[in-house]
Design a protein around this ligand. Structure first.
Ligand SMILES: [Mg+2]
Length: 454
């Protein structure tokens, strides 16, 4: 699949070289001949990846990168610094101003395309999550909890069977304050599940196992998929490193490893995975928010109606029974009027707890609104549903409720039970039958269970 890639370089010949390499892999190339132009093209064209020359007249590559990262419209686009500088400090500077990666001139064809593939994989995940959040191309702003999550200590596993190299890596990372585990010391992969690793450092040479298999394995296993793998390669191992990237490594660092570069790459990888992790969490929470009543943690009306609909169909098709219980707290208004709404909320929460404690795990307990509750009981005949309702009634009436201010009050509820009758039943018909039974319970003096024959 082709990507739209912006190449920013002040020298036309350089742009032609990169263009040739990228087009050979069917990518679409956009061009800019200086930093300001690059920013403009990035804003207007929204490329998927930006290749940015460091040395340019006017604003240089670093400053261009900083401005791209500071602009919410372009902050999410990965930037690869293209540098002729072999000095590691200069390379690291690119990562420090927010670049996702760097490559050195003359640009190696294999490395270039492997890097682009790795970034595109990240892009796809991040893009999909942003889309599902309805955020389009804009950058995320994090709340305090999320910021804490992003900045939490990084856990790193060094998978290196070479004792001296392993020790050296460990020292570099531990000196920077990271929590470091070594494969050698931990006695193999068993340490993984227990430690919740963020990043793995995996040298490619001098290992008794196949590092490429490790990359594949980690990517194919659900639990380890979010872990970033940084492979360390010797200068002559570029092809192997490129294959590691193709098999699922997240990044490559060349040996001999400079501490600064290693730390910068760990930081970049961690930022990426945690960004994705936070977006995933937000999505999960979003799904939860839409079906859960925030006060009691029970299902809300929306979820109740959709479940009722599905379970009724299933019961009718399968020729099985199904019941619903409608419950309502007696004289709830008096609790609010006498003790305040905080006390009322507390009673609702405690009733929800007693309700859940007295039904089966397969039963669906909902709070459609106010002081009303509904329990959906799959595979349940009317008399067994009535027995469940009676159990709930007794557990509520049997023991006083303790309010937040310390007072104890007695609470009771009334319940109506209805059994699924047949094809002509709809969720609202079934519910209104349960409501009718509930009114009967109220009329007969409350604190009781009534059933309506179908
Ligand atoms: Mg230049």
């Amino acid at each position: 699949m082709s990507a739209r890639i912006l190449v920013a370089d002040d020298i036309e010949a350089n742009r032609r070289v990169l263009q040739g390499k990228l087009e050979a892999h069917f990518h679409v190339v956009l061009e800019a001949s200086n930093g300001l132009e690059a920013i403009e093209v990035a804003r207007n064209e929204r490329p998927e990846i930006i290749l940015l020359d460091v040395m340019m007249p006017g604003i240089n590559g670093y400053e261009t990168c900083e401005r791209l990262k500071a602009d919410p419209a372009t902050a999410h686009i990965p930037v690869v610094m293209v540098t002729a500088l072999s000095d590691s400090e200069e390379r690291v500077r690119g990562l420090e101003v927010g670049a996702e990666d760097f490559i050195t001139k003359p640009v190696d064809d294999f490395q270039l395309n492997s890097r682009i593939e790795a970034l595109r994989r990240y892009n796809m995940v991040a893009h999909e999550l942003r889309q599902r959040q309805g955020r389009g191309g804009t950058a995320l702003e994090f709340d305090d909890n999320e910021t804490e999550d992003i900045n939490r200590k990084v856990r790193i596993l060094i998978m290196d069977e070479h004792p001296r190299r392993s020790r050296r890596l460990k020292t570099m990372l531990a000196d920077a304050g990271h929590e470091v585990y070594s494969y050698l010391e931990a006695g193999g992969g068993a340490a993984l599940s227990s430690t919740g690793v963020d990043v793995i450092i995996l040298p490619l040479s001098d290992q008794s196992f196949d590092p490429l298999k490790i990359c594949t394995h980690f990517r194919m296993t659900e639990m380890t998929r979010p872990i970033s793998i940084i492979v360390a390669s010797e200068p002559h191992e570029t092809q192997l490193a490129a294959r590691a990237l193709a098999y699922g490594a997240s990044d490559v660092i060349q040996m001999p490893i400079e501490p600064q570069e290693l730390l910068a790459r760990v930081r970049t990888q961690t930022k990426r995975t945690r960004y994705i992790e936070i977006m995933r969490k937000r999505l999960d929470r979003g799904v939860e928010l839409s079906v859960i009543d925030q006060l009691t943690g029970l299902y809300n009306r929306r979820y109740m109606m959709s479940q009722l609909n599905q379970l009724m169909k299933r019961a009718l098709i399968g020729g099985r029974s199904m019941s619903v219980i409608a419950l309502d707290i007696d004289h709830f208004k008096q609790v609010n009027d006498t003790y305040g709404h905080g006390a009322g909320d507390s009673v609702l929460q405690q009733v929800a707890e007693r309700l859940q404690a007295n039904v089966r795990p397969i039963d669906i307990v909902c709070r459609p609104g106010g002081e009303e509750f509904v329990v959906i009981l799959p595979d349940t005949e009317g008399d067994r549903a009535a027995a469940a309702a009676e159990r709930v009634r007794r557990s509520v009436a049997g023991e006083p409720f303790v309010l937040p201010a310390g007072e104890q009050i007695d609470v009771t509820l009334s319940a109506g039970v209805a059994l699924l009758a047949g094809m002509e039943d709809t969720p609202s018909v079934l519910l209104s039958r349960a409501d009718k039974a509930l009114y009967q319970a109220k009329n007969e003096g409350r604190n009781r269970v009534c059933s309506v024959a179908a």
